[in-house]
Design a protein around this ligand. Structure first.
Ligand code: HEM
Length: 445
C-alpha cells in the first residue's frame, strides 16, 4: 500500500473524562445538578448506584410515557414501556433524530446564541444517527455493507484469534480489572482493525469515546471546553488518516478506505465524512465494552445461569441476547416531536423532547417474564431493544453480537470461570450504561 507522508497530530490521553468530572464536583459541589421531580430519570446517581430499577418499575406501572416538567436538561417525555418506544421509533417523520432539532441524547444542542457566548468552537460533526430521511438513508447504506453476514464471516477469524490470545494472557490466581484488561482491550482492538487505525494509538479511541459519550459531563460548562478540545483533536487525527488513505493507489478493505472509495461518500462534505467515522468509533466502543463487562457481572449474580452456560455451550447465542437485554449499554436515545400528536392517550406538542428509555423497556413485565432475572434460555430474549428499533436500529449489531459470542465461546473452550472478586464501579451517566471498573479472579470449571 503506497502511503503519502502525512503528519499525524499530537493527541493527549489525559485527564480521563470521569476523573475530571469528579474533581470538578469536589471543588464545586454547588454545581451538582438537582433533580426535584421524583421520576426525573436523567439523574446519573441512580445509574452509578444501580438504584434505577424501582423508579422505572413504578413509572411502567403508571403508564407507557410520562411528562417530566422539570430537569437539569429541561422538560421531557420519559417513554418507559417497550410498546411505546417501538411505536415512536416506527414514526421517524413525526419523531425526528435530526441534530437540527436537538439530536439523539437528552442533552440539548446549544443554540447559536449560546455557541457565540461560550467562545468555544463547538461545531457539530454531522453524523447519520442524527439525521432524518432522506440523508440518513444514503449515508447508512454506505457503511452497511461492512456489516453483512459475509462481512462478519471474514472478520470472525481475526476476532477469534485476538480474543483467544488475550484470554490466554490473563493473570491466574490474582485479582485484576476485567474492564481495562478485557472489555476495553477487545473492543478498541476490534475497532482499530475495522478502521485500519494505527495499532499503537488504539487507546486514543477509548479516550475519545469516553469524552464524546459523556452527556453528564457536558452539563458542566468548564469541562465542556476541555471536552471540545479533545473532540477537535480526534477530528484532526481522523483527517490525517483520511488524507493518507485518499492517496492510496489500491484501496484497502478497512472501513475508512471503503468509505472514501464509495460513490455515496465521494459526494459527502469532509465534515460529514468525519462525523460518520466518529459515530462508528463512539457507537461501537462503550456499547460493546459494557456488554462484555455486563456478561461477567450477570453470570456472577446468577451462578445457576453460568452453570447452564458451562454445561451447554449451544446456549451461547441466546445468552448473548439475554445479556444485551440485561445490560442495555445505551440507557436512552432521544427524539424531538415535529408536529402535535397523540401517543397512547398523551398529547405531545411540536418541539417536545421525547426520551426513549431502552433500559426500562428491556425490563418491561408486559414483554419479559421475571425481567430482572438473567435467563439464558429465555424464549423471547431477542425481543430486547438494546440496539434500538426502526430505521436507526444499530448498524453494527451483527459485529457486536459476533464479538460477544466469540468471547463466550473462547472462554468456554478454556473452561474459564470469572468471579467478581473486588471493587465494582459503575459509570455515572444517564446515556452510557456500564462499568468503569470490575475486579475479578479467574478459576476453572
Ligand atoms: C445506532 C446500540 C454496537 C454503530 C445504535 C442505536 C443504539 C445502538 C441503541 C440507536 C438506535 C435507534 O436510534 O433506534 C448499540 C449497542 C451495541 C452497539 C447496544 C453493542 C452492544 C455498535 C457497533 C457499531 C455501532 C459495534 C459499529 C462499529 C452504530 C451506528 C448507529 C448505531 C453507526 C447509527 C445507525 C443509524 O442511525 O442508522 N446503536 N450499538 N454500534 N450504532 Fe450501535
Amino acid at each position: 500500500m503506497a502511503t503519502a507522508a502525512v503528519t499525524r497530530p499530537e493527541c493527549r490521553t489525559s485527564p480521563t473524562a470521569y476523573g475530571a468530572l469528579t474533581q470538578h464536583f469536589a471543588e464545586h459541589p454547588e454545581e451538582r445538578p438537582e433533580h426535584p421531580h421524583k421520576w426525573d430519570v436523567s439523574r446519573s446517581d441512580i445509574y452509578a448506584n444501580n438504584t434505577w430499577h424501582p423508579i422505572f418499575r413504578e413509572m411502567r406501572e403508571a403508564g407507557p410515557l410520562h411528562y417530566i416538567p422539570e430537569s437539569p436538561f429541561g422538560p421531557y417525555w420519559a417513554v418507559v414501556q417497550h410498546k411505546a418506544i417501538q411505536h415512536i421509533e416506527a414514526l421517524p417523520e413525526i419523531f425526528s433524530s435530526s441534530w437540527e432539532h436537538g439530536g439523539i441524547t437528552i442533552l440539548n444542542r446549544l443554540s447559536e446564541e449560546e455557541l457565540a457566548e461560550t467562545g468555544v468552537d463547538r461545531r457539530e460533526l454531522p453524523m447519520f444517527i442524527a439525521m432524518d430521511r432522506p440523508q440518513h438513508t444514503g449515508q447508512r447504506r454506505t457503511v452497511a455493507p461492512k456489516f453483512t453476514p459475509s462481512g462478519m464471516a471474514e472478520m470472525e477469524v481475526e476476532i477469534r484469534q485476538r480474543t483467544g490470545e488475550l484470554l490466554d494472557s490473563l493473570p491466574r490466581g490474582e485479582v485484576f480489572d476485567w474492564v481495562d484488561k478485557v472489555s476495553i482491550e477487545l473492543t478498541t482492538g476490534m475497532l482499530a482493525i475495522l478502521f485500519g487505525f494505527p495499532w499503537e494509538d488504539r487507546r486514543l479511541l477509548t479516550f475519545w469515546s469516553d469524552w464524546a459519550g459523556d452527556t453528564e459531563l457536558a452539563t458542566v460548562r468548564a469541562l465542556d471546553e476541555q471536552r471540545w478540545g479533545f473532540l477537535h483533536e480526534m477530528a484532526a487525527y481522523f483527517q490525517s488518516l483520511w488524507v493518507e488513505r485518499t492517496h492510496d493507489k489500491e484501496p484497502g478493505d478497512d472501513l475508512i478506505s471503503m468509505m472514501i472509495h464509495s460513490e455515496a461518500m465521494n459526494q459527502m462534505r469532509p465534515e460529514e465524512f468525519m462525523g460518520n467515522l466518529v459515530l462508528l468509533i463512539v457507537g461501537g466502543n462503550d456499547t460493546t465494552r459494557n456488554t462484555m463487562s455486563g456478561i461477567i457481572h450477570s453470570f456472577d449474580k446468577f451462578p445457576d445461569q453460568r452453570k447452564l452456560f458451562e454445561q451447554d455451550p449451544s446456549l451461547i447465542p441466546n445468552a448473548v441476547q439475554e445479556c444485551l437485554r440485561m445490560q442495555t449499554p445505551l440507557a436512552h436515545m432521544r427524539r424531538t416531536c415535529t408536529e402535535d400528536t397523540e401517543v397512547f392517550g398523551q398529547q405531545i406538542k411540536k418541539g417536545d423532547k421525547v426520551v426513549l428509555w431502552y433500559l426500562s423497556a428491556n425490563r418491561d413485565e408486559q414483554v419479559f417474564e421475571d425481567p430482572d432475572k438473567l435467563d439464558i434460555t429465555r424464549e423471547n430474549a431477542r425481543r430486547h431493544i438494546a440496539f434500538g428499533y426502526g430505521i436507526h436500529r444499530c448498524v453494527g449489531a451483527r459485529l457486536a453480537e459476533l464479538q460477544l459470542r466469540v468471547l463466550l465461546e473462547e472462554m468456554h473452550k478454556r473452561r474459564m470461570r470469572v468471579h467478581v472478586a473486588g471493587d465494582v464501579e459503575r459509570v455515572r451517566a444517564n446515556f452510557v450504561h456500564g462499568f468503569r471498573k470490575m475486579e475479578v479472579e479467574i478459576t476453572e470449571f
